[in-house]
Design a protein around this ligand. Sequence first.
Ligand code: MN
Length: 494
Amino acid sequence: MDKIKTQEVWFVTGTQHLYGPETLKQVAADSSKIASALDKSPKISQKVVFKPILTTPDSITELCTEANNSKNCIGIITWMHTFSPAKMWIRGLSILNKPFLHFHTQLNRDIPWETIDMNFMNLNQSAHGDREFGFIGTRMRLNRKVVVGHYQDTEAIDRIAVWVRAASAWNDALNMKIARFGDNMRDVAVTEGNKVSAQMKMGYSVYGYGVGDLVKMVNEVTPAAIKKLLAEYGAEYKLTKAVAASDTLKEAARIELGMEGFLKAGNFKAFTTTFEDLHGLKQLPGLAVQRLMAKGYGFGAEGDWKTAALVRSMKVMAAGLKGGTSFMEDYTYHLDPKGMRVLGAHMLEVCPSIALGKPTVEVHQLGIGGKEDPARLVFKTATGDAINVSVIDLGNRFRMIVNEVEVVKCPDMPNLPVASVLWKPQPDLKVGAAAWILAGGAHHTGFSTSIDAEYLEDFAGMMGVEYVLIDEKCDLTEFKKELRWNEISYHIWL
Ligand code: MN
């Protein structure tokens, strides 16, 4: 996972020459103060860099060109301290290819009732300056986030912080390679999709490999490396002596080392496996996948590269935050009218970043794939708010579906040999699942207890991907209308 604060967000202030040099000096000083306050905020995960104020179409175009060409710049924040005639912005904004956030703010929080005069009014006029700028963004149909509030308002800073993390994920996605061991699970529809469209829209590139390429690296792992990794398992997890000494666990360690070697050598950020294509591997990779996810790799089972990419992006957004992020699958229901629940899990591959307490390494039979019994981490998840996210290919576009859920306490399940999560979907299971199914959401998801729906909304906006939210306010009749209207909207705008 990339280190925090290696990237930059540029703070860009628009104005014009009309006000004279003295006022412009003040504009620059005020703007620098706001940029520096954002930069110092522990909530904002990257640097905020103050840029000289912009007064002409040429300087605006130059700034946008510079942002496009800068490797470190992942997006710009714009603010119109005074009035900045927005025709000046057309050329620059038309070429800007980084995400932008429009911060509609003011240096002063309160109106100084006793001293306010026309000079004050002329200096502090973002209330109308930002409206002129907002118009051109809308007129040009530009995707952007608009955040309103005083620059020290914690709620406004939180919303900017979310956007900065989404911009990091977008930057990461543009440089993302996904390794795909084997193809899609035979006959499965939702995990398929157009990889050319995906790369054009969502940035990442999917590289297919025969599982033999992976097997070769797994077979080259040395006994010394396996011994070292087994010691690591012993330190990090609970396990019985029998499991610790088993050939199964040694084999799991061999698979993990081979897989990690493969991913590192190819500079991959995410990967997929499929239980239908394991020739030469003795087990379905379980423990290996779980631990690689915990290290920051995205993962999708059964060849699901869209979910693998999504899990990686969600992990980038969540870097350093509390909670965790995992590949997930809606598995089975508890339909008791007193509290309907979804039990989420997978055959093996759930990320221990969402574990409550120390996971246990266990070896059990797997009735699918026809391989030896695989090792896996078993655990439960802490209660609290979470999200499930799916990206599907609708043929003419991608759609992202987010369902807010509440992780609830799970009764003991002594015979269930996999990691699991029990949740209540918003607004309830009946409406939430109906909306999900109408929207076409997959059984596979990216699940996170670290980030909320706003991160995904910002991220989808940056990619230009359709976004629908199923939250506590979801009403099925309205939701169906939204899906129907989006069909028209995306026919016009694509
Ligand atoms: Mn699955």
